[in-house]
Design a binder for this molecule. Sequence first.
Ligand code: NI
Length: 167
Amino acid sequence: MAILPIIHYPDERLHTHAKPVAAVDDAIRRLISDMAETMYAAPGIGLAATQVDVHQRVIVIDISENRDQLLALVNPVIFKAEGRAEREEGCLSVPGIYEPVIRAARISVNFLNGEGKEVTLDAEGLLGVCIQHEMDHLEGKVFVEYLSRLKQTRIKQKLKKRLRETM
Ligand code: NI
């Protein structure tokens, strides 16, 4: 296992469209375990492969308090979305920024798990938001892009300033 470097907004690589995984093989299982280790170390509750500069459709999530309920989603597809709900979001690629985003309140998603088995999951609340947020990453979208242009500009300036200060 290895901790992978996380790309930070506004890095252009975060706008890459991820490709479907052809088969859940040993390489994908290694990617899942490296992504899980990276997410737990950060610490975060979700990570998309895009954020570690791997452009395949793989997501890891763990919203449990004890950090022992790892969910790996390969090639996820949302086939049902209902209602609207607003929730404050953050992102390991946009450190220190938390902003409310409106998303579907309930979703149904199909995916392959780490064993390559097809799974259907109904999700709402934090899990539903987390899945939608991570799936956006696979499309090259970062959550701050739901905010106003002005807010996006301010966030970019803040992150660039912080980057300069840490160098
Ligand atoms: Ni994110």
